[in-house]
Design a protein around this ligand. Structure first.
Ligand code: DX5
Ligand code: ZN
Length: 216
């Protein structure tokens, strides 16, 4: 099953509650929340208070993508704010295994994100312990960038790696995904699709979500 996770980075920040309701009513499966600290990535977005304020505005699971250094310090805060999935970047974690366990101790899902140039080999000894891998298909930090072509091969390699080891781990993709390139991305093996601009800039959000799900 393909799931679509609209990223609120492309929403109207002065009207977040309504913009979240719009994607929920249009059939989104998850809500992707991009957390940026101005250190790990060259941009600052939102933190736990905003996530907490949004929690009762929707029933959608909160998929929290931490683009921050020292994520361990903030896991408790994001769990309290209502995260259902927390994704940390391998590049930001000195003790990735410890970080993943501390997320799972809260009874929520844990995922690892990789920047485009980071090799899949860093997943070798953590793959059994995580619920999802997030492959960045642009360099993190901003919405509205173009999909990096070579990431299709990376998605395929990860899918093969999981199949060889008979592991069920979601493959999430994030950055530059739209109704034009979705087919090759899903064919390669991705099953959780993050889309910011493609969803929020579209005139018919429901139709866009459906076509990202490859349904119509
Ligand atoms: C980029 C973020 C993405 C971003 C995607 O650093 O992680 O989630 O919002 O936006 P689009 O779909 O516009 O590339
Ligand atoms: Zn993201």
């Amino acid at each position: 099953m393909i799931r679509v996770a609209p990223s609120i980075l492309a929403a109207d920040f002065s009207n977040l509650a309504q913009d979240i309701k719009n994607v929920e009513e249009a059939g989104a499966d998850l809500l992707h929340l991009d957390i940026m600290d101005g250190h790990f990535v060259p941009n600052i977005s939102i933190g736990p208070p905003v996530v907490a304020a949004l929690r009762d505005k929707t029933k959608l699971p909160f998929d929290v993508h931490l683009m921050i250094t020292q994520p361990d310090k903030y896991i408790d805060s994001f769990v309290k704010a209502g995260a259902d999935i927390i994704t940390v970047h391998a590049e930001a974690c000195t003790h990735l295994n410890r970080t993943i366990y501390s997320i799972k101790q809260h009874g929520i899902k844990a995922a690892v994100a990789l920047n485009p140039a980071t090799s899949l080999t860093v997943l070798d000894y953590i793959l059994e312990d995580i619920d999802m891998v997030l492959l960045m298909t642009v360099n993190p930090g901003f919405g509205g960038q173009s999909y990096i072509k070579s990431m299709t091969r990376k998605i395929r390699s990860l899918k093969n790696m999981l199949d060889e080891r008979k592991l069920i781990v979601d493959i999430q993709v994030d950055g530059g995904i739209n109704t034009e390139n979705i087919k090759e991305i899903i064919d390669a093996g991705a099953n959780v699709i993050v889309a910011g601009s493609a969803v929020y800039k579209s005139k018919d959000i429901r139709a866009t979500i459906n076509s990202l799900r490859m349904m119509g």
